[in-house]
Design a protein around this ligand. Structure first.
Ligand SMILES: O=C(O)C[C@@H](Cc1ccccc1)[C@H](O)SCc1ccccc1
Ligand SMILES: [Zn+2]
Length: 176
């Protein structure tokens, strides 16, 4: 399990660089990212959030459950993802972020995107995505540009969230 970097760490604001080759080292990082994401818990994680400025992210929406109510894992790896098309129709979603702990706010994003990426075997994919996977992929791809979901909010809302975060951290520090 890797430590997740939290705002205002400037590392989070770095632009991530493309993955040249899917090496064993990258595959190990991918496994560590999934372990870290499941433990958080979260449904997405970008490499920059564990301090690696590479264009690589993992998603598992864990939306379905099996017979005895355990979430069915469908791990998905996106290497060097690109959005090649997006709808002009936007949809709001109450987003959170593992790097902005315990804070949530409504963000509007295109509800349908066409994306291109490499999977963990280096195989190229191009798919139209909509719903939570589209929201999550756009949220994670923002991370690759050093953008956080709070950057999409009005200044007023962002300041409110950062004030609440400071208060939450003070409380957390007392408990620690
Ligand atoms: O990138 C992250 O920090 C993990 C994000 C991924 C995410 C953000 C907004 C919308 C969808 C996914 C979340 O913190 S994972 C926690 C979570 C779980 C279910 C729904 C929303 C957020
Ligand atoms: Zn995030």
């Amino acid at each position: 399990i890797l430590p997740i970097i939290e705002t205002p760490d400037p590392l989070l604001r770095q632009k991530s660089t493309p993955v040249e080759q899917v090496t064993e080292e990258i595959r190990t990082l991918i496994d560590d990212m999934f372990e870290t994401m499941y433990a958080a818990p979260g449904i997405g994680l970008a490499a920059i959030q564990v301090g690696v400025p590479k264009r690589l992210l993992v998603i598992d929406l864990q939306e379905e459950e099996d017979a005895d109510g355990k979430p069915i894992r469908k791990p998905r790896v996106f290497i060097n993802p690109e959005i090649v098309e997006e709808s002009d129709q936007f949809v709001p979603y109450n987003e959170g972020c593992l790097s902005v702990p315990e804070m949530y706010a409504e963000v509007d994003r295109p509800d349908r995107i066409r994306a291109r990426w490499l999977d963990r075997d280096g195989v190229a994919h191009e798919e139209e995505l909509t719903g939570l996977i589209a929201v999550c992929l756009q949220h994670e791809m923002d991370h690759l540009e050093g953008v956080l979901f709070i950057d999409h909010l009005s200044r007023l809302k962002r300041e409110m969230i950062l004030k609440k975060l400071a208060k939450y951290r003070k409380e957390r520090a007392k408990l620690a």
